[in-house]
Design a protein around this ligand. Structure first.
Ligand SMILES: *Cc1c(COP(=O)(O)O)cnc(C)c1O
Length: 435
């Protein structure tokens, strides 16, 4: 397993070579901090794990779509997985080559299709018959040919993930039921489309390689049947959902990307030898542990039966704890004279006390951690919420009219602002007509 780029040195948490206390002093609180080195380390581990089938690696923009982050990955050759025209704009702004962009999502508008066709993206992952008809019409009108993968719902009923992020089962809105998809592949009346791809995305995260291999067995069977009926599939996109550890910097509690990649490549090697091309759509496995959320203690108060620590940010910056019941490590950025990994949060017991760490938002669901053991905390202490890079800032809101935090990208001893802190002017910007 790769080492974390967030570690304590002489009692101070560092992002690569920079004490995060310096970042707070310079850029204020709350703050998202990303490590470019960690992003690259994660991306390269995926490339190595899947090397036997040499896939197009399309980073899932929705996991963390900051253009500065996208640039780091684009410069390394990554493609992008987008789910809206807004994400297309982000990918293009980051300099991603359009022929490395795939477009998923159940609700693509005509306008979004037009923009993606004009940009010349690699492939549309189509999720319904009506969407296929619309894409045919839009592509024909534009005089373009659209490359299509049908997103097939093969009914993987138990991906072992949270109900809100399971996307492969028959009761979800995602994909085209298998039987329908097989019929669509064989219908030939869509002249502006080249329907040679098959896409699956089973959920996020998928804790077991077994879920992928079971789904791929089905995919392999379907491709064989289609070939017998005279329709060739030349591109298989196996989606994302690769797990990360939200508890352990060494990731020992989830299967590694190396292990998952090996199992998947083993399954797909025969198709690879027959000339089939592959794509994957990793999101969180690249961005999650490459990002921190820093917040500061406003108050420590004693409730009826518990100690409550109130930070200057909460579910408005990171909604995962309350939305998904997600566990995020949290620990003060200054801790005694400790040097070592952020895993200290799970092992340190001496002098700790159980408390709730919450935000300022007027909702009971606004918390980072409940009944967590933490060392003594005081007003002004800065806290780090670890593994916050994925589905953190990308799901942040201005709820309670709180401007969103700034985002900082660190590489070695260099830090750059990749998104400035929102101002109160930003809050009111779109309401100027009513002022
Ligand atoms: C969200 C999403 C992904 C990425 O999921 P991760 O768990 O972040 O890897 C990939 N593909 C599609 C279609 C998605 O919607």
């Amino acid at each position: 397993m790769t080492t974390s780029q967030f570690h304590y040195l002489n009692g101070v948490l560092h992002a690569e070579a920079i004490p995060v206390t310096d970042l707070i002093a310079e850029y204020g609180s709350p703050l998202y901090v990303y490590s470019a080195t960690q992003l690259l380390q994660n991306y390269r581990a995926i490339r190595a794990a899947f090397a036997p089938i040499d896939p197009l690696i399309c980073y899932s923009v929705k996991s963390c779509g900051n253009v500065g982050v996208l640039k780091v990955l684009a410069n390394e050759g990554a493609g992008m997985d987008i789910v809206s025209a807004g994400e297309l704009q982000r990918a293009l702004a980051a300099g991603v080559s359009p022929d490395r962009i795939v477009f998923a999502g159940v609700g693509k508008s005509r306008e979004e299709m037009k923009q993606a066709l004009a940009a010349g993206i690699f492939m549309f992952n189509v999720e319904s018959t009506q969407e296929l008809d619309r894409l045919q019409a839009v592509a024909a009108a534009a005089g373009k040919k659209a490359r299509v993968a049908l997103r097939v719902n093969i009914d993987v009923s138990d991906p072992g993930t949270h109900a809100k992020t399971a996307t492969g089962g028959r009761h979800t809105k995602f994909g085209i039921p298998l039987q329908q998809a097989q019929e669509l592949y064989l219908s030939t009346d869509r002249s502006a489309l080249e329907i040679t791809g098959l896409h699956i995305h089973l959920g996020s995260p998928i804790p077991s390689p077994q879920t992928y291999t079971a789904a791929l067995d089905k995919v392999i069977e379907v491709i064989a049947q289609l070939r017998e009926s005279g329709h060739d599939i030349t591109m298989v996109n196996i989606g994302g959902g690769y797990p990360v550890s939200y508890r352990d910097p060494n990731g020992t509690d989830v299967p590694s990307i190396g292990e998952i990649g090996a199992r998947i490549c083993e399954k797909l090697h025969a198709l690879y030898d027959q000339g089939v091309k592959f794509a994957i759509e990793p999101g969180r496995v690249i961005s999650a542990n490459a990002g921190l959320l820093l917040g500061s203690v406003e108050y420590v108060k004693q409730g009826w039966d518990r100690k409550i620590v109130i930070l200057d940010t909460g579910m408005n910056s990171l909604i995962r704890p309350t939305l998904y019941g997600a566990h995020h490590p949290i620990w003060p950025v200054r801790y005694e004279d400790y040097s070592g990994s952020w895993g200290v949060y799970s092992t340190a017991t001496a002098g700790t006390e159980e408390m709730d760490v919450v935000g300022p938002i007027c909702e009971t669901g606004d918390f980072f951690a409940l009944q967590r053991h933490l060392p003594p905390l005081a007003q002004g202490d800065v806290m780090a919420v670890f593994c916050a890079g994925a589905y953190g800032m990308s799901q942040a809101s201005q709820y309670n009219s709180r401007p969103r935090p700034a985002e900082i990208l660190v590489e070695g001893a260099r830090a750059s602002v990749v998104r400035r802190r929102e101002s109160y002017k930003d809050l009111l910007e779109h309401e100027v007509d009513s002022l």
